[in-house]
Design a protein. Structure first.
Length: 221
């Protein structure tokens, strides 16, 4: 099977969805895959069956889907192209970090791996993209990240924001306006389950209270 943009989108969605599964879960539920792609469950199932016939995924009816080694490699290359392009647009082209996701969504399907490797070399082989997402290397391997979210990290302990797991423009602008981008040093002072809130002390002892949903999207070391 030729890796069309549709095939690449499915493989990437399985790759990203599987990475968020709790251990030891291996199969991404079909409902989650359909939701990620914005398609009907029946449409996702039909495509996954085709991918399974091509040896790119393992499909278990009524349970879920997982990438085969061949599918994993292809998916990692799509993710690599996407994240290198994002970094290039920010570092070289002067784009804002909230502007690059949609551009990279288009370019990831058309740029060659040779061009990506040249861009990667020009950038100094970064390990993460502007949002802190790990960039797979040329062999499709990501460097493991030992991270926690603002919901699980220790209280009153200095941590560094390393990753923002949401590409929504409005959310990224909110994060930037409150000095919560990757690289910022912060402390979580309080978590209030009843109020659904997390209080953070950041740069210059600036304090901000955010919701737990937003806090779950900020990963730290």
């Amino acid at each position: 099977m030729l890796a069309s943009s549709t095939v690449e989108n499915y493989l990437k969605a399985i790759y990203l969805g599987s990475s968020a599964l709790p251990q030891p879960d291996r199969l991404l539920p079909m409902g989650q895959l359909a939701s990620r792609l914005g398609v009907a469950p029946g449409t996702a199932t039909t495509m996954v069956k085709t991918l399974a016939e091509s040896g790119l995924v393992e499909y278990e009816p009524y349970t879920g889907v997982a990438l085969t080694p061949a599918g994993q490699k292809l998916a990692a290359m799509v993710v690599r192209r996407h994240r290198v392009v994002e970094m290039f647009l920010v570092q070289v082209m002067g784009y804002g970090w909230d502007e690059v996701h949609e551009e990279a969504e288009q370019l990831e399907h058309v740029v060659s791996d040779r061009l990506i490797d040249c861009m990667d070399e020009m950038l100094g082989r970064p390990e993460v993209d502007p949002h802190g997402d790990p960039i797979p290397n040329a062999e499709g391997v990501e460097k493991p990240q030992a991270v926690q979210s603002l919901l699980t990290c220790p209280l009153n302990t200095r941590v560094t924001i390393t990753r923002v797991v949401d590409q929504d423009k409005g959310f990224l602008r909110f994060i930037e306006s409150h000095d919560l981008k990757p690289g910022e040093s912060i402390e979580v002072e309080n978590r209030d389950a009843a109020a659904d809130s997390v209080r953070v002390r950041g740069r210059g002892d600036r304090r901000i209270t955010i919701g737990t949903r937003a806090a779950s999207k900020l990963l730290v070391q």
